[in-house]
Design a binder for this molecule. Structure first.
Ligand code: NAD
Ligand code: TYD
Length: 335
């Protein structure tokens, strides 16, 4: 089986390629990635610097290139996206281009060649829940995106469904909760705070820090994507989550403990505009495929992630410096 993995040089996509190569002899991945700031060339290289699979540098909006690559494979797993909410608040254009136009480009090529598409989306398309709401997101929850990032992902999901209904595309969609693990860009909450703590800085928590995210280890997400590819039904949506709801202040407290610091040793900074309060996934649709998370203990997963960042300083230092410069500009803008 040959699969095209778009965005395979980023956080989740590169972990997907690595896990696929480690667990599935019969699968040959080909990566298409534009290598934006979010990608790292080492994500797809072994310790000696050799490429783990065929890697094509290119843009998912390049219709001719996407068409040529899709013609060579049996399925496409579409991870490529602009993925950071804070960036989407500063400039939505790359999100509109890559996340919407890029997804339509991939859907068109899959339709033309009769190739199965798995579109990787996010639980953020459902908007947010109140902290005291007992509800969780299900495949029936109405879309209510609140940031330019989540609006672009919601639009992409709708285009995939439209291509399915109107043009006969065979597609599944998964909407997953917040991922953590190795190779996540240091602009995101968990690696940002880990890299800062390694350098002796205090974590920076937006607003009151009571916002809840439903954390899942990246390998559990990717195993669930494989469960959908193997046993999912085209036309259906699968919600992926590991029942890992935790407030930001508690996640930051756990990280501080990993460094032997007091749980309250962080700074509060100006809140993110429109900051979603809580995400929570009911994973029944994916559990019904026989999938279950293998990393249910978030604190243990965080400790392993801290160990990975400690052992890979060369990987994150340049990206962390650039991300911190962007955050300093953000803090000056927001006050
Ligand atoms: P990431 O930002 O780490 O990686 C995105 C990758 O896409 C990068 O390698 C980048 O170079 C590539 N890319 C960006 N624009 C491109 C373009 N125009 N053409 C080709 N490649 C391009 O993101 P991630 O965290 O690995 O997320 C992957 C996918 O999973 C995204 O679709 C995201 O919406 C979704 N998702 C992420 C999370 C999370 O917690 N990170 C949760 C649920 C869903
Ligand atoms: P993030 O990793 O950006 O993911 P998302 O916006 O997709 O949920 O942020 C996770 C949570 O952490 C979110 O509630 C925003 C918050 N946050 C902070 O409190 N401080 C930070 O420095 C960052 C980057 C995020």
């Amino acid at each position: 089986m040959r699969i095209l993995v778009t965005g395979g040089a980023g956080f989740i996509g590169s972990n997907f390629v690595r896990r696929t190569l480690a667990t599935r002899d019969s699968v040959t991945p080909v990566v298409l990635d534009a290598f934006t700031y979010a990608a790292h060339p080492d994500n797809l290289r072994d310790e000696r610097g050799a490429e783990l699979c065929e890697v094509v540098r290119g843009d998912v909006r390049d219709a001719e290139l996407v068409d040529r690559l899709v013609a060579r494979v049996d399925a496409v797993v579409h991870f490529a996206a602009e993925s950071h909410n804070d960036n989407s608040l500063l400039d939505a254009d790359p999100f509109i281009g890559t996340n919407i136009t890029g997804t339509v480009t991939v859907a068109r090529a899959c339709t033309r060649h009769g190739v199965r598409l798995h579109h990787v989306s996010t639980d953020e398309v459902y908007g947010d829940l109140a902290l005291d709401d007992p509800a969780r997101f299900t495949p029936e929850t109405p879309y209510r995106p609140s940031s330019p990032y989540s609006a672009s992902k919601a639009a992409a999901d709708h285009f995939v469904r439209a291509w399915e209904r109107s043009h006969g595309l065979a597609a599944t969609i998964s909407n997953c909760s917040n991922n953590y693990g190795p190779r996540q860009h240091p602009e995101k909450l968990i690696p940002r705070q880990i890299c800062g703590l390694i350098d002796g800085r205090r974590p920076r928590v937006y607003g009151d820090g009571a916002n809840v995210r439903d954390w899942i280890h990246v390998d559990d997400h990717n195993d669930a994507v494989w469960a959908v590819l193997d046993r999912g039904e085209p036309g259906r949506t699968y919600l992926i989550g590991a029942e890992g709801e935790r407030a930001n202040v508690d996640v930051v407290g756990d990280l501080l403990e990993c460094f032997g610091r007091d749980r309250g040793d962080f700074d509060r900074v100006t809140d993110r505009p429109g900051h979603d309060r809580r995400y929570a996934i009911d994973p029944a649709s994916t559990r019904a495929l026989g999938w279950a998370p293998r990393h249910p203990d978030l604190r243990a997963g965080l400790a392993e992630t801290v160990a990975w960042y400690r052992a890979h300083e060369d990987w994150w230092r340049p990206a962390a410096a650039a991300a911190e410069a962007r955050y300093r500009r953000r803090e000056r803008t927001l006050g």
